[in-house]
Design a binder for this molecule. Sequence first.
Ligand code: PLP
Length: 433
Amino acid sequence: MVARQIEDTVNETEVAKKAARKAFHRGGSTRAVHAGAARRKAHNSLNTPIVQTATYTFNDTQDLIDFMESKTWGDGHDREEYGRYGNPSVSAVERRLAALDGAEDSVLFSSGMSAITSLLLTVLPTGSHIIMTADCYRRTRQFCQTFLARLGIETTVVECGDYDAIEAAIIPRKTRFIISESPTNPYLRIADIERVAALGKQHRVMTMIDSTFATPINQRPIEWGIDFVIHSATKYLSGHNDLLAGVVSGRADRIKAIRDSRGVLGGVVDPQNAFLLERGIKTLGLRVRQQNETAQRVAEFLEAQPQIERVWYPGLESHPEHDIAKRQMTGFGGVISFEVKGDLMETAKFIDALHIPYIAPSLGGVESLIEQPALMSFYEKTTEERLAVGIKDNLVRFSVGIEDADDLIEDLEQGLNALHAPTRSIRQNSAAD
Ligand SMILES: *Cc1c(COP(=O)(O)O)cnc(C)c1O
């Protein structure tokens, strides 16, 4: 009976792995709903069960010894040992994400930052050097420039889109990694993924793209030759602003090494959140296609408004890398950045006049979110300091949700009209400005 049960589990995982690989030729939505799941799950449940346990038991000492032997000799063991090393609810999501990214394997973490830091700590030796493009996620840059610097790992930051500068920054035998993001935050700049991958291959440097803003529905960097793709699953993948998680996808042997270091660094996602994430991923295709469409309409609307200085959206012809975006993406995403004609407080007045989007950090969920980076991520800086890092006071980042596009546009229109109304005073407490 017990043997039968174990055999069933082994078969279930094997079948699921095969199914995940078979999914590669299928469309994004089919992968999002089915990839990586065994057709028959425990108790004939349609959904992946939440295996809510911290540890896993052994029947007797022989069972334990057999497990340790198979682990030591690597002849395939398909059971778990302890929660930090693995959980079936988590593995199911990892297989699905691998299929979505078109990768051999994926490993899930408790947040996007945990995914990034664990990846870098796994692959970078002391004394090495990395190159990162500017306009990268602020905390990624902070991690590289402070924590990695302490380990003797140097970071060179180059302008986004300057491939000669990337090449020039490569130090033979020392540079190990090129980190880029596409689209970037908050300006939605687009890296030429194929070119970054080619530079990496030519100089034997590994490459990583943070593809959070694109999702695997709009862009699959691994298919262009990138070594590692990471996503903050907190954003589009989960899609409901209700959990934090992150993922790294790549070649199986490298992902195994990162999974091993997760067992040491400890950034595991819990089974409940894995379940919620799997549930969110099932509607990824629907949500993202809707958000692509709405964002395009909103961006075109904003670009035509006299109160708007400039709109940054890869789907607009005015976007500096529109052609690259068209080549490597199948949709331009749900985030739009734009500059309002006005100063810090006038821009805030426009935001306060809106009824539908919430003011909040984050993006990619079903609710529209809006923020003024100058007052959100860069509050403690002065206008001049913000300008030095490219953040204008009148910049607004808008993450469209799945509300009706007509309603969002109507709301933005009345918000822009409020710019001409008499000013209600807003007090900024710090001495920043
Ligand atoms: C949010 C975000 C992260 C960090 O992810 P968390 O899940 O918040 O830790 C990294 N990169 C990008 C592009 C993000 O938007």
